[in-house]
Design a protein around this ligand. Structure first.
Ligand SMILES: Nc1nc2c(c(=O)[nH]1)N[C@H]1C(S)=C(S)[C@@H](COP(=O)(O)O)O[C@H]1N2
Ligand SMILES: [Mo]
Length: 328
């Protein structure tokens, strides 16, 4: 185990990287299971403005920082949008790099057109959607969400997207379906991070069906009023705002309805550190660090982490009767 970070006192601009914990035995075991490459072609139109962003709240975060010419957009709790520059240059996307500041550069030429997303498994109507169809037929709405990474930092991001439920309903899950599995594209020619065979590629994630159908759970196709950039998971990624950021899987090609809880990337690497549910919970410390506080990117100091990342009113009922310290 690599425990270098634990021996270094954290400065305010440092976070605890997820990748410092590597269970080498597990990685080696899984390295033999790496699958083939997905093929992508043509070019991207990233950066194209899709819609004029609507704003969740036009209340200035603070009158002291607001000027008549500069609107300050915030989430419903008054947290200012993270600077676009920060949200697009400080990224976790291990397929490209474990270095957050290198992801934007390394993913610049990632081809996201054409793109398809297949919804299958325990469904009556398996269906493959092209991104063109999705963008033409589904209204992309703006959702301003907090994003809390398990490493202890957070952002406020205005996403463009639509409820995941729309695609799932189209596929008509059978009565056996209880979970949903997601998979990221694997494109070794474009993704240098895939060369590190210690990781259980492809990146996978999962939700319980009721979590997946919840109105807060979206597939995002853009942010800040623009189409998604590669570093943020273009052309389509999951956003589950009450869970740690790693659940919000990027660049999805496959969604499967399942009877059993699926294996997921971080949970297979370290199940005692990254639970299947991974709901944001300030009272449940990560085995190697507290989760009570977080650093909002762009701010000094730390703020308190909120239960379910501030979405308890919307989602706490999904977990009634569960022991959140055991089923974490
Ligand atoms: N495929 C894939 N999805 C991923 C990741 C990744 O490494 N690969 N990192 C996750 C983590 S740890 C976080 S915090 C968020 C970061 O999203 P952002 O870069 O858009 O802020 O993406 C998540 N989705
Ligand atoms: Mo994360």
């Amino acid at each position: 185990m690599d425990d270098r970070v634990e021996n270094i006192p954290l400065k305010s601009d440092e976070i605890t990287p997820e990748h410092v914990y590597i269970n080498r035995r597990k990685f080696l075991k899984m390295a033999g299971l790496i699958g083939g490459a997905a093929l992508l072609a043509a070019c991207t139109d990233t950066g194209k403005v899709l819609t004029t962003p609507t704003v969740a709240s036009t209340e200035p975060a603070s009158t002291a920082t607001a000027t008549p010419t500069q609107a300050v957009f915030t989430d419903e709790l008054g947290g200012a949008f993270t600077a676009f520059e920060d949200a697009t240059n400080f990224n976790n996307f291990y397929e490209f790099s474990v270095d957050k500041s290198a992801v934007a550069r390394l993913s610049k030429n990632f081809k996201t057109e054409p793109w398809q997303i297949a919804v299958g498994g325990l469904v009556e109507n398996p269906v493959t959607f092209s991104m063109t169809e999705i963008l033409a037929n589904i209204v992309q709405e703006e959702r301003v969400y907090r994003m809390r990474c398990v490493e202890g930092w957070s952002m406020v991001i205005p996403w463009l997207g639509f409820p995941l439920a729309k695609l799932i309903e189209e596929a008509r899950p059978t009565t056996q379906a209880r979970f949903v599995g997601f998979q990221t594209v694997e494109s070794p020619a474009e993704m240098p991070g895939l060369d590190d065979k210690r990781y259980p590629w492809p990146y996978t994630e999962g939700l319980r069906l009721d979590e997946a159908m919840h109105n807060l759970t979206i597939l995002a196709t853009g942010m800040y009023g623009k189409s998604m950039l590669p570093q943020n998971g273009a052309p389509i990624r999951l956003v589950v705002p009450w869970k740690y950021g790693f659940k919000s899987i990027k660049s999805i090609i496959k969604i499967d309805l399942l009877a059993e809880q699926p294996a997921t990337f971080w949970n297979s690497i370290a199940p005692d550190e990254y639970g299947f549910y991974s709901n944001v919970n300030p009272n449940k410390p990560h085995p190697r660090w507290s989760q009570a506080t977080e650093r909002r990117i762009g701010e000094d100091g730390r703020r308190s982490t909120l239960m379910f990342n501030g979405y308890a009113g919307d989602v706490a009922s999904l977990y009634e009767g569960m022991n959140l310290n055991k089923d974490f």
